[in-house]
Design a protein around this ligand. Sequence first.
Ligand SMILES: *[C@@H]1O[C@H](CO)[C@@H](O)[C@H](O)[C@H]1NC(C)=O
Length: 329
Amino acid sequence: MSSGNESCLFENGSVSFFSCLVHVWEAGLGQLQDYLSFLEYLLWVFTPLAIVFILPFLIVIFLYLSILFLHVYKRKNQLREAYSNNLWDGARKTLAILWDGHGAIWHGYEIHGLEKIPDEGPALVVYYHGAIPIDYYYFLASVIIQKGRTCHSVADHFLFNVPGFKLLLEVFSVIHGPQEECVKALRSGHLLGISPGGVREALFSDETYPLFWGKRKGFAQVAIDSKVPVIPMFTQNLREGFRSLGTLRFYRWAYERFRLPIAPIYGGFPVKFRTYLGDPIPYDPKLNASELAEKVQQAVQALIDKHQKIPGNILRALVERFQRERKED
Ligand SMILES: *[C@@H]1O[C@H](CO)[C@@H](O)[C@H](O)[C@H]1NC(C)=O
């Protein structure tokens, strides 16, 4: 860049104004080009980044659209409410079909072993928690569509504080899970889904798929108290679809210290999702809660070992999405 200016000064002793101008112009143009290509470079680096941080928000938007639908539905059906106690069946089915469609289109979603979910009567479904448990939403949709049942769910407290979520949680029978409530749901013959790892697993597990259950055994106590079988569940490539930056120390600290679930989540990649349901672990009066908790954890771990290549790889999971054949169980 400096060569342009030097030739202005030393060109055969006589400085030609025009050639100087041209040189300066060229130099300036060169700089502008450098600048532009630098911008282009930044854009190239950050566009994918922006997209992968925006895509998870689409799920949130999709959730709010579902809620909007529920409100419209409620208004439209207010008159009928007095006469029908299954007012929400239609709404649940409609939303189930929408979410099921989303899963099919975006992730080529498959569910293996749905026949292990009983057609009637209670069972406790215990699953590995992804950064966004979108596989669990798809699972709920499949159960509604194929079994005609609404699987109740246990969710973290913070979900009940998200503005606008109340109706959605109500319609889909989501509880925040004191043990008595869980037992009550199971004793009345419902299916119930729970993830013992919860928010901690969502934020701090990674592409090696470690479980974060600690010494938790409340869920096992619930299964024992209500004498129901436990069905383990795991979704292949879940962490390749959405990842969290929870491995950064700060977020772990913020969560353990203040219960702030704030680790950023990125992803939204259209990777292959396959949900696997394991064999039911029948109620066994000889097992205490710690033993059952251990047994269930081993069952979920066995599903991970069998169906997940570790460490997970986003590219490989994407390729699997576009390989056509349905994988055998
Ligand atoms: C559960 O059973 C195991 C082995 O039988 C025993 O070591 C443990 O103390 C029991 N736990 C409780 C809470 O009773």
